[in-house]
Design a protein around this ligand. Structure first.
Ligand code: GAP
Length: 447
């Protein structure tokens, strides 16, 4: 983990948030390369959900949430972790993560009894801060999907089975944020709520588990480092009938990368008016209730029913960490030399290609290199970098370390014979390519 954290800082993937003021615990900023890699990861998820499935629609909903939503979803009453205080050093800990009855900070055994601590961030809304006008920062993106169920259904004419997918920030006031970007207070989720007919839910649950495992492999995650944790009944979230957690062997141990839950009709039921019309287990208070019937009409059976929901919910930040961990390699080059490289899948690489003139500030080489950069950039594959360092060896090493799959060197043969040298990150092999064929070469490389 230390190597990853150091690489992230040194090369501009991830920085501690508010660093110049001493930082903000459990909050990170993504730097120039981090934002590219993160966007590429989110794009890969978005394509696999929305562009590859005509029965899945996208959504981008608000972060600020009406408290009633999180009251009826059960989060106000149950979204808690058990917390203990150390009376000796005044530190606070999550009781369920302590290895012994000692304070991990000072070793004292003088700890309070565990008590529930609600993880939601509350904020006042509007100019008068008298405690009555407040909202929450959403603790999961899912609830906004449920409360938009009818809007999406009515505006897209979808029928069951269909899904609504969303990528966005979520906020949890974690008692002990830890392990770099693994457990943080502000993070991003990629969530699909897939609505199915009750009775077909268990098949769909298995189907989504298989699909999601395949997707992580496509992102370069080694399947031998993935395991499935079939969450036991006593550990299930309040809304879940069954959950499969996809666990990944992170540098600090095997932990959850993505959860795939069978949420039954709990959420749509809880947010629906006239509960008694539907056979649902959710019992909610009647005040402040929503005025919607979040149900679909079964034309064959001529009755309304509330769909069941299968929810694959992945953390962007945890995905980022897993992918970085997989890609990070230190290769022994012999004679005491080594090179660090990120073997990222090309579609995830922050920089798709670097165009490097052999000599710094040589006008002819620079003009040709910039022309090549602009041509390749117009392919819209992602970022193509023109790099005028004049030190090819140093540039190659830097691009190995940040995961650039190919470097394109423009030299004097480029001016005389119209060729450039392509240098491959993983094999370090070099090949000559005609400038006339370069666009096709790069297109094919990324096809
Ligand atoms: N809507 C369901 C839900 O939110 P969850 O298991 O609490 O379920 C889903 O969260 C995913 O969000 C997790 O698998 C994890 O990848 C990510 N996640 C949850 N809490 C996180 C945190 N504090 N920091 C980073 N990622 C987190």
């Amino acid at each position: 983990m230390e190597d990853l954290v150091s690489l992230c800082k040194r090369r501009g993937f991830i920085f501690q948030s508010s660093e110049i003021y001493g930082g903000l615990q459990g909050v990170y900023d993504y730097g120039p390369l981090g934002v590219e890699l993160k966007n590429n990861l989110k794009d890969a998820w978005w394509s696999s959900m929305i562009y590859e499935n005509d029965n899945i629609e996208g959504l981008d909903s608000s972060i600020l949430t009406n408290p009633s939503v999180l009251k009826f979803s059960g989060h106000e009453s149950t979204f808690t972790d058990p917390m203990v205080d150390c009376r000796e050093c005044k530190s606070r800990w999550r009781a369920d993560t302590l290895d012994s009855d000692k304070c991990p900070g000072c070793g004292s055994t003088d700890l309070t009894d565990p008590r529930p601590f609600n993880l939601m961030f509350k904020t006042s809304i509007g100019p008068v801060d008298d405690g009555s006008n407040f909202g929450y920062l959403r603790p999961e993106t899912a609830q906004q999907i449920f409360i938009n169920f009818k809007n999406v259904l009515d505006s897209t004419n979808k029928s069951i089975p269909f899904g609504i997918a969303q990528i966005g920030k979520a906020f949890r006031n974690e008692i002990t944020p830890r392990n770099f970007i693994f457990r943080v207070r502000e993070f991003e989720q990629m969530e699909l709520e897939f609505f199915v007919k009750p009775g077909t839910d268990e098949d769909w649950h298995q189907k989504w588990l298989d699909k999601r495992l395949g997707w992580w492999e496509e992102q370069g995650v080694n399947k031998d480092k993935l395991t499935i944790y079939n969450v036991p009944k006593e550990e299930l979230a309040h809304y879940s009938k069954a959950t499969f957690d996809i666990m990944y062997e992170f540098p600090h141990g095997s932990e959850e990368l993505e959860g795939i839950a069978n949420r039954t009709d709990f959420d749509l039921g809880s947010h629906s008016k006239n509960q008694s019309e539907f056979d649902i287990s959710a019992k909610v208070e009647k005040n402040n209730e929503s005025n919607s019937k979040l149900a679909v009409h079964d034309l064959e059976e001529k009755k309304w029913f509330i769909p069941y929901v299968i929810e694959p919910s992945a953390g962007v930040d945890r995905g980022f960490l897993a992918i970085l961990n997989e890609a990070y390699n230190v290769e022994d080059l012999g004679e005491g030399k080594e090179r660090t490289l990120l073997k990222l899948k090309p579609h995830l690489a922050p920089i798709k290609a670097a165009v490097i003139p052999l000599k710094k500030n040589n006008d002819e080489l620079v003009v040709l290199s910039k022309k090549i950069k602009n041509e390749l950039q117009s392919l819209n594959l992602g970022r193509i970098l023109f790099e005028n360092t004049g030190n090819i060896g140093k540039s190659y090493r830097r691009h190995d370390e940040i995961g650039t799959p190919i470097c394109i060197t423009v030299d004097f043969d480029s001016l005389e014979k119209g060729t450039v040298t392509i240098r491959h990150r993983d094999s370090m092999k070099q090949e000559l390519v005609n400038i006339d064929e370069l666009v096709n070469f790069v297109k094919n490389f990324y096809a």
